[in-house]
Design a protein around this ligand. Structure first.
Ligand SMILES: [Zn+2]
Length: 73
């Protein structure tokens, strides 16, 4: 299957996480496709190898901006 048919690991960017070519939910498609009437969902996924040493965490954007030293206008 083609590389583009998969959700790619958000950490290493070098591994397929799951097959997503048959996911037709507009909210999911808006995360990577053409502009749509739907807001893209927030979705992060990591591969099995990265999952052994990392985990996905949900945090407020403002808190992350502060950690990164970014100003939040
Ligand atoms: Zn990975």
């Amino acid at each position: 299957m083609a590389w583009s048919d998969y959700k790619i690991c958000d950490l290493c960017g070098d591994a397929k996480v799951f097959y997503d070519a048959n996911i037709l939910d507009e909210r999911y498609c808006a995360t990577w496709g053409e502009p749509s009437d739907y807001d893209p969902i927030g979705l992060k996924a990591i591969c099995g190898k990265c999952n052994k040493t990392h985990e996905v965490v949900i945090a407020p954007r403002a808190a992350l901006a502060e950690i990164k030293g970014e100003s939040h206008d």
